[in-house]
Design a protein around this ligand. Structure first.
Ligand SMILES: Cc1cc2nc3c(=O)[nH]c(=O)nc-3n(C[C@H](O)[C@H](O)[C@H](O)COP(=O)(O)O)c2cc1C
Length: 299
């Protein structure tokens, strides 16, 4: 994995119960694909999700032992199967439980603890400022705010104004998140917070992170040529296949290839062939055929 100049990268969220299950059962452990801090030469935050303070504390301890730089508590996931079991964004509705989880996790580890939340459950219940202040009081080191409510999922526009109000209410750093798609969006959002988190904007364009970092440093923006795009896709594909195997890996790779090909001529046809490809060698061949054509066109 390459961090593309990001100051901090996060693991995808891992259920705290699954982490504890993995400690007892090697089969579960193999399925979870934890990162390996000994080979990841940059800052990795392990994000955990759950609703039981003790299990969350145990999962945080395990993350610390794995070598995570920080542990992040997920209070923003909007997905039904997560909120229906009182995890993720559902914790924003239960401030007392949220406080217990934060307290237990902060007490459990020496590494910094951060939390990621949304604006609230819905527009009638915007409580991000109260919750973020409570997190600060419980000893959390930074709060990331995705400027949408849970009810919005990913619809509408992220509200950067409320992110700015959170920043004004806290002493600890606030990481702003939502709808940053380019270098200008990043510097605009940075006026309202202390750091910027980028999600979908980097899908299929991971070099955006390096470009944003350069822009914020007033350095020259590195350009991405098609040959570098091809190299990036090759290493990404290799990692996916190595981690998940051919069957699951080829299925998982499809959405990434979809993102990588967006905006290029012939992308729709490329995507439809990729979507029915089930072998690793076939997938590499399709990638080479499509992107090498673009490289040749560029040179
Ligand atoms: C496919 C997908 C997976 C995501 N997984 C996580 C996750 O595991 N943990 C998390 O905190 N946020 C997750 N998010 C939310 C993003 O981190 C981010 O908060 C959201 O997409 C808004 O930021 P953006 O506009 O930069 O994408 C996910 C988003 C998408 C689209």
């Amino acid at each position: 994995m390459n961090h593309f100049g990001a100051g901090l990268v996060y693991s995808e969220m891992v259920a705290s119960r699954a982490i504890m299950e993995a400690l007892k059962n090697t089969k579960v452990r193999k399925r979870l694909h934890f990162f390996d801090a000994s080979i990841e030469p940059y800052l990795v935050s392990m994000q955990i999700v759950g609703n039981d303070p003790e299990i969350m504390a145990d999962a945080a301890r395990f993350s610390e032992q794995l070598g995570a730089t920080c542990v992040d508590i997920n209070m923003g996931c909007p997905v039904k199967k997560v909120v229906n079991i009182d995890c993720g964004a559902a914790l924003m509705k239960d401030e007392a439980l949220a406080a217990k989880i934060l307290r237990a996790v902060v007490a459990a580890v020496r590494i910094p603890v951060t939390v990621k939340m949304r604006l609230g459950w819905d527009f009638q219940h915007i409580n991000v400022i109260e919750l973020a202040k409570m997190a600060e009081n419980e000893g959390v080191c930074a709060v990331a705010v995705h400027g949408r409510t849970r009810s919005q999922f990913y619809e509408g526009t992220a509200n950067w104004q409320i992110i700015s109000e959170v920043k004004q209410s806290l002493k600890i750093p606030v990481i702003g998140n939502g709808d940053v798609k380019d270098i200008f969006g990043a510097s605009e959002l940075l006026k309202s917070c202390n750091a910027v988190m980028i999600g979908r904007g980097a899908c299929g364009r991971p070099w955006l992170l390096r470009q944003v970092a350069a822009h914020l440093d007033n350095a020259q923006i590195p350009k991405q040529c098609n040959i570098q795009v091809l190299d990036t896709i090759h290493s990404h594909l290799a990692l996916i296949l190595e981690t998940y195997g051919e069957d699951k890996g080829t299925r998982l790779a499809r959405k990434h290839l979809d993102w990588y090909s967006k905006g290029y001529p012939g992308a729709a046809a490329f995507r439809s062939t990729v979507n029915s490809e089930v072998t690793a060698s076939g997938m590499y061949a399709l990638v080479d055929e499509f992107f090498s054509g673009l490289v040749a066109h560029e040179s």
